[in-house]
Design a protein around this ligand. Sequence first.
Ligand SMILES: [Zn+2]
Length: 492
Amino acid sequence: MSSAITRRTALRFAAATCLTGGVAACGGAEASDLGLPLVGPLAPAPRRILIRGATIVSMDAKVGNLTKGDILIADGTIAAIGSQLDAGDAEVIDAADMIAIPGMVDTHRHSWEGQLRRINPNAATLGDYSNATHLSFAKYYRPRDIYVGNMITALGCIDAGITTVVDDSHNSRTAAHSDAAVDALLESGIRAVHVTGAPVAGDWDKAHWPGNLARLHAKYLANKPAGLLTLGVMDAFPKLETDQWAVARELGAVIVTEFIGADLAAQLPDLHRKGLLRSDNIFNHCIGLPESAWNILREAGVRVSVTPRSDAHYGIEDGMNAWQKALEHGIRPGLSVDNETSYSGDMFMEMRVAFYLRRALGHGGNPDVAASTNASRLLQAATIDGAATAGLEKRTGSLTPGKQADVVLIRTKDLNIYPVNNAIGTVVHAAERSNVDTVIIGGRLRKRDGVVLGVDQAKLRSAIDESRAYLFNAAGYQPDPFSESFKPLERT
Ligand SMILES: [Zn+2]
């Protein structure tokens, strides 16, 4: 990002902080004090990169898997996959001790909550989760807090090999908050679907809301070449806002709904009759649905984002995620982390939790269970099926010539990995973020030799610390690193 954008972004934050009032101490905030951006400027992408000698797990049936192969990237796109490709003038990455997989896709993350990581590790219900987010800190978020939350979430994703995130941003309190979320995603270099959503609690600028998606589209996408950003709109849980759906469809944006339980399911037949359910709908969770609802979702082509940890952790409905239900009804779901306020933000864990919950429910020699919890089936959900869920399967999700170059290299020589007797088993059952050596997004190197590039760590931590201190003070929260529960706060 140029220094001009840096200054403009910083000034807008300062102005919006003052305008939205609240507890923000805006009086003395000079733009130069805000220290933005926190990442970059990022180095330009090399015109050509050759990944040499990797074990390639392509997630593309036509390409297949290669024990040793090369991936040639040109102008941000995968140009060729094969053996002994000519490097020419390409920057060569020696991947002889690496497994190459497509960048992973998190199909549902509330990125703005990034600075609240693990603040409520024992939360047992959705209400408990909301106490530590929507009903407390969310009301006091300034645009810069949204920026900081989104930034640390996006960087955490990149670090762990997630190259695409569906950012379900249900705290868009003003246009400036919304812009801050998008600016952070763009500056981080992640591929993102920014899904704007109305706040759940507190006072906010309701005048900005009905037109916010169109405003974002005009500002960030219209008349611009396709980049890493696409957009969506989110229903205000638990209300379906089909007038917003129509706007989204005019703009080619996706529509995200937190879809849980019988009450919402009861609305499906009418929506289906009216032709309102389509493949641009992403329904999160999808638990507690009757059989008839699943049949409608399949018929309409609705996309499903399964949340193994969130459902179990917060006891949503019976706590058992919809992985198997979706598969049984011919739907290939994506996986998602949902939030980091109780647990970690990586897809390795999400795949494993889906695997073990399903197997624990009744393996008993049942071949259906074994087949659905096969390691490659889970990696498919974390990559190509996630990309399809996000509406991005033509751009990402597999190592396919012609697609954008979103590639993750996993080191095989590390002490927790070596020796590799099964490549996909290693990725799904053993790898973790520390084994992610290299991350390439749209042909741009974002992590190399185990380090996320372009991040001033001290500046990043100081911005996070400032945001956290402000939010804790505003909401009247006394930090306690050993707390076993998050009690509702008197001030909120
Ligand atoms: Zn959610």
